[in-house]
Structures are given as structure tokens and as C-alpha cells.
Write a protein that binds this ligand. Structure first.
Ligand SMILES: [Zn+2]
Length: 193
């Protein structure tokens, strides 16, 4: 269609100007195609960005609010040493939530008799991600709001689940998880709440 338009344009120009050489035609076609190619990736990037950060200029404000909601959600945790809350948001919708705790069907006690966290306690983000897996939702291009930055194990889950942004407030005791997320080019946002 576009090509037909160009050629009809050149036919008209040729009539007016008494003819264009094949060389001119090739050059102008090249300029036109180059202009289109330059625009397509730009537009796709812009759409992608809007898709991942749909609130535009208000994104920082919404990031903070969602993170505050994640903190409140973490209060549901029955763990005594630390309470962590997580939310997964995609296209302006909360598609999942989680807090740290033992797997379904286990006793609601996170610590052993020496007050150490039991090895099978699930982290808040792992609970939120696995909850998406049980639903009809997809976490592709979603944002994870988490009160404590992810550990290495959770960082792997985040990468594999297609999450593209992680907004967190407190830093986990080691930053291996954050380093891995950085390597996977996942946007990290640290907010004090
Ligand atoms: Zn973790």
C-alpha cells in the first residue's frame, strides 16, 4: 500500500518535472523506508515503557502507595522475627499478594524453639508469585512491591516470572538478590516508607 502510494507520487512528479532518474527513485525510497524503520522501534519502546509504568508522571506517587499497602499486608504474617508483605501489580491492578509464612497446611509458627526461622518458611514474594501461578493471571511485565529486598532464591523466581520492576523499602541482610536482579535488567526502586 505504502509502496503504491510512493510510486503514484513519483509518477505524478515525473509528469510535472519531466521525469526522474531511476537513481533518484531508489534514493527517495531508501530515505522513506529508513524514516519508517527509525520510528517503529521508538514507538514500541514507548508503548513498552507505558505498559510497565502505566501511571506516567504519577508513577512515584503510586509506587509509594502500593509499597505502603504491601507493608500493611505484611502485618498479616504470624512470623515474629520479621514480617514482610508483597503485592504484584500489573496494568494498574493488584493481581497477587503475599506475606512470609509456612506452606499451606503447616502450623502457623515460623520460628523453632531456638527462635530461628524454620527453613521451610516461604518468603512474601515467593508466596505472591506462586499465587499468580494458581490463578489465570500473568505476572509478565508486572511490578513487585516488597517491604524487604529479595534474597537470591526469590530473585530467581522474580526473573523467571517475567516481573520487570521491583519496588522495596528495607534492604535484606545481603544484596546478592539485588545484584542478580540488576544483571537481569529488572528495574529496582528503593523507597523509604
Ligand atoms: Zn526470599
Amino acid at each position: 500500500m505504502t509502496s503504491q502510494l510512493i510510486h503514484s507520487h513519483f509518477r505524478a512528479t515525473r509528469i510535472r518535472n519531466g521525469g526522474l532518474s531511476g537513481c533518484d527513485c531508489f534514493y527517495l525510497n531508501f530515505v522513506f523506508i529508513f524514516a519508517i524503520y527509525r520510528r517503529i522501534p521508538h514507538r514500541m519502546n514507548k508503548e513498552n515503557k507505558e505498559h510497565i509504568k502505566p501511571y506516567g508522571k504519577k508513577q512515584p506517587q503510586f509506587d509509594r502507595r502500593y509499597l505502603e499497602m504491601a507493608r500493611i499486608w505484611g502485618e498479616n504474617s504470624y512470623c515474629k522475627r520479621k514480617k514482610v508483605g508483597a503485592l504484584i501489580v500489573r496494568n494498574k491492578m493488584i493481581i497477587s499478594d503475599g506475606y512470609n509464612g509456612t506452606p499451606s497446611g503447616f502450623e502457623n509458627i515460623c520460628e523453632d524453639e531456638k527462635n530461628r526461622t524454620k527453613p521451610y518458611v516461604l518468603h512474601a514474594e515467593a508466596n505472591a508469585i506462586t499465587k499468580v501461578a494458581k490463578s489465570n493471571n500473568s505476572s509478565e511485565d508486572a511490578t513487585l512491591y516488597i517491604t524487604t529486598s529479595p534474597c537470591m532464591e526469590c530473585a530467581k523466581l522474580i526473573i523467571q516470572s517475567g516481573i520487570k520492576r521491583v519496588v522495596f523499602s528495607e534492604k535484606y541482610r545481603n544484596n546478592e538478590g539485588l545484584k542478580l536482579l540488576e544483571r537481569a535488567r529488572i528495574e529496582l526502586v528503593h523507597l523509604d516508607i
